[in-house]
Design a protein around this ligand. Sequence first.
Ligand code: DC
Length: 222
Amino acid sequence: MKFNIAIDGPSAAGKSTIADLLAERLGYNHLDTGAMYRAVAYKAMNSGIALDDEDKIVEMIGNMDLQMKIDGSVILDGNDVSEAIRTNEVSMGASDVSKLQGCREALVAMQQKICAEGGYILDGRDIGTVVLKDAPVKIFMVASAEARAERRVLQNQEKGIEADYESILEDIKKRDYQDTHREHSPLRKAEDAVEVDTSDLSIEEVVHRVLEIIEEKTGDKK
Ligand code: DC
């Protein structure tokens, strides 16, 4: 039987990369919940809705058509916004809208519906504590802010995007602060989550460690 797997942690800790690789290995689907907060922020920013206007944002979510495709693409009102939601402005905007309780409730309900049948790896900030409280496997992935900034710089350079280490590091620290200090569902490790520090591990080493944890928790050799 396929169960669901929760991966939480701060931004740029490698959650999405690892979730993608695990999904491929296990024949599971990956749901990037951060992309859903990004899509909400993107639409609000393009509609002139203030990112702290909870009523308008909740109403907007009720009227928007958000499709999270199995291949990872994000379709918003019929348009592929997978790349457009990755800018620094949208990252900060996503952190802003994610503070709103009404926004969180709407997105959590969508996430729980998507993975109701099992076989999903969800990555985010509140997966182990709220969305999938009963998941048998919960990973809390961390890395130093410096290691995360270095990785982001390399990723951006590979994509041909200009990357300034100091400003990326500052953004990461600012988002960490916002995500851990907000009132509703702040980022925190679930009591039954296993912490994996990826600062000095290669991607393959992290995947290996997570597969070990899955085996320890479920007795299922992958
Ligand atoms: O994972 P990400 O960087 O794409 O997430 C963007 C923002 O969305 C992040 O700053 C916090 C928020 N978020 C959240 O509050 N809960 C989630 N489950 C996922 C993301």
